[in-house]
Design a protein around this ligand. Structure first.
Ligand code: AR6
Length: 184
């Protein structure tokens, strides 16, 4: 492992997660691992059929909400895809924050177990699953920062946001947490 202490460990970027050149990317999956739209659709389109073949073979029962499983990355630049299942937003009193945090934590644990130096993650649950962006950003940033503080791997986590509004919301959450303005 080649750890550069000067490199920031949590980066916020605007872009398409399927284009990230990292060791692993996280998919915003559903508990049946059945594919779908958004991040999931983009990953299976770009990664090709081997990813779905592997999920069907190795995880026929799917993956519970708040957890994650790992497969190969098919034709993606990333070596692995970590399929994480965030919660559907149901008003906020159905354990959504803990489930969202658990989905990220399990994804990061799997990345560490597979020696991933760099990981790209999307804003789980904030699309089809309807989690309000500001609330999701708070949980997401706090969970990622806590995990990084306690673990050497993954060294770098790139949080990939689809548009400027999402990027700004997550930047605000990071600055609220750290008390500083993160570098662009
Ligand atoms: N790269 C980065 N972010 C993206 C991309 C992309 N290519 N495409 C969308 N986003 P979603 P969820 C953003 O719906 O809410 C699927 O059908 C998007 O703007 O992908 O966890 C699955 O099969 C949003 O902010 O995931 C599940 O059934 C965020 O990624 C369900 O949707 C997450 O949006 C999961 O819903």
């Amino acid at each position: 492992m080649n750890v550069n202490p000067d490199e920031p460990r949590l980066l916020l970027v605007r872009g398409d997660i399927t284009e990230q050149h990292v060791d692993a990317i996280v998919n915003a999956a559903n508990s049946r691992l059945a594919g779908g739209g958004g991040v999931d659709g983009a990953i299976h389109r770009r990664g090709g059929p081997t990813i779905m073949q592997e999920t069907r073979r190795r995880f026929p029962d799917g993956c519970p909400t708040g957890s994650a499983v790992l497969t190969g990355g098919g034709q993606l630049p990333a070596k692995y895809v970590i399929h994480a299942v965030g919660p559907v937003w149901s008003g906020g009193d159905q354990g959504e924050p803990a489930l969202l945090a658990n989905a990220y934590r399990r994804a990061l644990e799997l990345a560490a177990e597979h020696d991933c130096y760099s990981l790209a993650v999307p804003a789980l649950s904030t699309g089809a699953y309807g989690y309000p962006l500001t609330a999701a950003a708070r949980v997401t940033i706090a969970t990622l920062a806590d995990f990084l503080a306690d673990h050497p791997l993954p060294h770098t986590v790139r949080l990939v946001l689809r548009d400027d509004a999402a990027l700004e919301t997550f930047r605000q959450a990071l600055s609220d947490l750290s008390g500083t303005v993160p570098p662009s």
